[in-house]
Design a protein around this ligand. Sequence first.
Ligand code: ISL
Length: 606
Amino acid sequence: PGGAPWWTRAVVYQVYPRSFQDTDGDGIGDLPGITRRLDHLGRLGVDVVWLSPVYRSPQADNGYDISDYEDVDPLFGSLADLDALVAGLHERGIKLVMDLVVNHTSDEHPWFRESATGPDSPRRDWYWWRPARPGMEPGTPGAEPTNWRSFFGGSAWAFDAASREYYLHLFDPRQPDLNWENPEVREAVYAMMRRWLDRGVDGFRMDVINLISKAVAPDGSLPDGEVHWGAYGDGGPHYTDGPRVHEYLAEMHREVVAPYLAQGREVLTVGETPGVTVEHGVRYTDPARREVDMVFQFEHMGVDHGVTRYDPRPWRLADLKATLGRWQAGLAERGWNALYWDNHDQPRVVSRFGDDSPEHRVASAKALAVLLHLHRGTPYLYQGEELGMTNAHFTRIEQYQDVESLGYYRELTGRTGGPRLRTDDEMLAVLAHASRDHARTPVQWDATPAAGFTTGQPWLEVNPNHTEINAGAAWADEDSVLHLYRRLVALRHEIPVVALGDFRMLLPDHDAIYAFTRALDAPSAADGGETEGERGRRRDELLVLVNVSGSRQDVPGEVVSGWEDADVLVATHGPTDGIAPDDAGPGSGVGHRVLRPWEAVVLRRR
Ligand code: ISL
């Protein structure tokens, strides 16, 4: 364990600055707001903050459309505010990881502006400009170079009337894709990254980094995708984990990260990789390949919907186990998992896989916290998750702001010219499950009218449940979701088997109990004097039992047998009841076979 990288014992906290803490009353969170709340992060004990984009941006996608990589948007403050945040974090031993959004820029970035001046521009080739489909009139329906749908609905190509060519945008038309085939583009990105590391930041979360290599033919053409629904095709197979992506990431590591590591700097790299397979996940994160430290995969985010998140379906616990288990097994020998439930793109986990009713909200948030944080990998905690914040429960389309939600709303209700696949009401019901805005409502700090987030008008409505669910109340209550998260963070720091133990899934088909073990053969260097043979016998093991349901569950006897004398490391429903049988007194040490609704128990034996 001593030799494992520092980030195997770390917990990362994601800040979405727009919704974290406002200090200037404009209703939008800012950098001084984060600095003001450092005590919250310090008490929680997290090791790293990942900051969603604060660069200059027209904010078409809340900062994921960057017009200047070198500066802070005035909306969030200044470079001096960022330096002050870094200093404040470092004083507390917390690192800062910046969001790196380089699959695309904003259409207002000078690179794109220059590229768009015409086919002769020296930067034309920095982006993906293509003529209309052969034989079709440029700018007419169906004349796009390929049939690809963008991630936000509609075509992935935008027509430029001046040059009568199209440019590729996998996301919004205001987010043109950079052409990584061009070595000048890559050099410009690497130079920018070095400047941030020189400024003192500690690494990067790399936005959609597995989409940067497109399957371009030698003649420059791109292939059509299969049409599964609606008017557009799925280009995914032609740019997800594309032909040169591993080459690019190895180059980036060599050109940017390696020299800083060689100087003794601790740098963290995490790739965001939608659609990634286990096979590629291993390749991205195998330390020997020197690409990135870990990746966010999305399979477990897919168990409750069809092809898009706007096609919700009932989910089964067995599916969640199958996917998380496969990633645990697939990256056991080589590679490393990033673990998460929430981020700024996902609905709130307590509303999604838990139960956000007053009866079960706290218990189910805790159960899901224990479940995830006892897996092997580096856990990521998204702002508000530690409070058990819930979905927004909006009822009108006007309440939504998210560019993706509104894009799908328009496409699926037939407002973009294609078929009408859903009524407005159906679409509202879908958004109530799936919108990215659920994660983006302001952090609930206290019970005052704007939840302590702002003195002004919040950019997105504050959830009315902040009168009950807020940080002030949570810190004051030892039994809160927040205090459990604080405990889970500490366990990862203190107990090597939590960070590094092997993972084994139990009861893969059970539809209510999520159970697994962790095991580590720990060297006992500290007490010294032992022979190699004795060391090998020092096995530290955990049994994790989580009731992912609102009803009592009997734990099959074979699961708890042999754990009769184990210690209780975590018990969400009280210190002893977790293992004691119903008829025994506290601490009787007899294998417990019943889990109460949403109860989670972690046992340890050595
Ligand atoms: O959320 C997803 C699957 O559940 C995917 O749609 C994917 O993660 C997402 O669209 C990619 O996200 C990242 O890049 C986008 C930006 O809008 C997101 O906020 C960012 O996290 C474009 O930069």
